[in-house]
Design a protein around this ligand. Structure first.
Ligand code: G
Ligand code: G
Ligand code: MN
Length: 443
């Protein structure tokens, strides 16, 4: 087995070994070929260790990890240090592909946990991607790429490990194409914001609009944000996309709020943006460009985005709150909120997820959950928005239950800007100011 050195120089050695195996398989053509598996391992949070404890401790961690991995390998397996915080393990002469999973679990088990290294107790973990030769790829570069793809998949999906399969290749290609198209769409201003109005359930007045991104793709038709936001989140594109949406929403807010400057515009923020303060700068710049009042802007974040990294999210949200921006927790009830954090968050608004609202008129349990969220929000001095209102009974019920604001297909679907302006105009024409709710419920 090769000695592990801590310079990223073992990649050529890995490729050479893979080549030998590929040649051997070809020589054996016709007989039953032995399988090999390539595992690519990435040490989680190694950067933080290096920054927090210094490079000497970082190196000691790499030595310790290599030693531990080697201890669980068989005599014919190989270990390589192929990058800063990356190792590769080559398992040879596999009797069956099922053994790969057991081997991966053995390697992960030996690393994950607290280890005393260089006088520090350090929590370690690795994430692994694996591909099998010759099943997934024949030549060394392709096999390494397949294992890398599996690793990325595991990292994106928050898994401990992933084994390559053909759908990953397909997904990766789809994503790569979509990413290029999205970049192009952004540069050529082909994206749009649609708006869905929110009404005050007590007075019936219009209180805001949620901006929802839409992408009319030239070949694939309309692509929804649930698809392309994920693509954007895999790179820095999410920053540009967010800056774009903030700018467009604030520019168009001037039109949406023409007759009433207390009307707000809500923009959805990706979870990925809460981990750093960069979003603060984007928001500040957009507000400056359009001279908009911070209080007109509502930023929606999902509860799972906050809970993924509560301390960092809290720091970012506090800064945004101090700027005067209204923060809102979206899809409330679908994540795992810690009430201890909820209490500490500088949040002014809770949005009850539509999955509780849509059927609440027929479902007692949903109704009870909705009432509990309304009470929780009010006790924490937050206002509460019900989304997914689809029928009159739900609208009336929510008003009676003390819910502040409502949004849903009954009131209006998300609409392009011109349609939204027409809708606003029609609302003003048709409704006496004191009877908006009545008219709304007959929409
Ligand atoms: O509008 P639609 O139902 O297709 O939205 C699907 C999901 O995409 C929703 O969860 C919504 O919050 C999210 N979404 C819509 N527009 C944006 C946006 O501009 N940025 C982000 N991050 N998410 C958005
Ligand atoms: O995750 P978020 O709450 O941002 O998602 C908002 C999405 O919910 C909008 O894009 C819209 O398409 C969808 N939506 C809005 N109102 C309704 C509704 O009344 N019923 C349903 N099923 N979906 C709605
Ligand atoms: Mn939303």
């Amino acid at each position: 087995m090769r000695e592990t050195t801590f310079t990223p120089s073992d990649r050529p050695a890995l490729l050479q070994t893979l080549q030998r195996i590929a040649d051997g398989t070809r020589a054996e053509h016709g007989t039953r070929a032995e399988r090999s598996a390539l595992l690519v391992l990435n040490l989680r949070r190694f950067r933080e260790i290096n920054i927090g404890y210094g490079h000497a401790v970082g190196d000691a961690v790499l030595y310790a990890v290599a030693k531990k991995i080697r201890r669980v390998l068989r005599r014919n397996d190989h270990l390589f240090h192929i990058g800063n915080d990356e190792f590769a393990v080559l398992l040879t002469e596999l009797k069956s592909p099922q053994i790969v999973q057991l081997a991966i679990e053995k390697v992960l088990d030996t690393i994950s946990g607290n280890h005393e290294i260089a006088g520090h107790l350090l929590p370690l973990a690795v994430v692994c991607g694996a591909a099998i030769h010759p099943d997934h790829a024949q030549d060394p570069q392709a096999l390494l790429r397949a294992a890398d793809m599996a690793l990325h998949h595991a990292q994106n999906q928050n898994l401990d490990y992933a084994l390559y399969d053909d759908s990953l290749h397909w997904r990766e290609r789809q994503h790569a194409t979509l990413k290029t198209d999205l970049r192009h769409a952004l540069d050529n201003n082909e994206l749009l914001l649609h708006y869905q109005p929110q009404i005050d359930l007590q007075s019936g007045g219009i209180c805001g609009h949620e901006a929802l991104m839409r992408w009319p793709h030239p070949e694939q038709g309309w692509i929804g944000p649930d698809v392309f936001i994920e693509v954007a989140e895999e790179s820095d594109l999410i920053h540009d996309l967010t800056f774009w949406s903030l700018n467009v929403a604030l520019r168009e807010w001037c039109l949406l709020s023409e007759t009433d400057k207390t009307v707000s515009v809500s923009v959805n923020l990706s979870a990925r943006l809460l981990d750093s303060q960069e979003i603060v700068e984007l928001v500040r710049r957009a507000l400056n460009i359009w001279g908009a009042a911070p209080a007109a802007l509502v930023l929606e974040i999902t509860e799972s985005a906050v809970m993924a990294n509560p301390e960092k999210a809290l720091a970012t949200l506090n800064t945004l709150h101090d700027m005067g921006i209204v923060l809102s927790i979206d899809d409330f009830g679908t994540g795992y909120s810690s009430l201890a954090y909820l209490k500490r968050l500088p949040v002014r608004e809770l949005k009850i997820d539509k999955s509780f609202v849509r059927h609440m008129a027929q479902n007692l349990q949903d109704r009870q959950i909705v009432q509990s969220v309304i009470d929780l929000a009010h006790n924490l001095e937050m206002r509460v928005v019900a989304e997914g209102i689809e029928n009159d009974r739900t609208l009336t019920m929510l008003a009676d239950m003390g819910c502040d604001y409502g949004q849903g297909y009954l009131i209006a679907r998300p609409m392009p800007l011109p349609e939204t302006l027409d809708w606003l105009h029609a609302q003003r024409e048709n409704q006496p100011a004191d009877d908006r709710l009545g008219t709304c419920s007959s929409l």
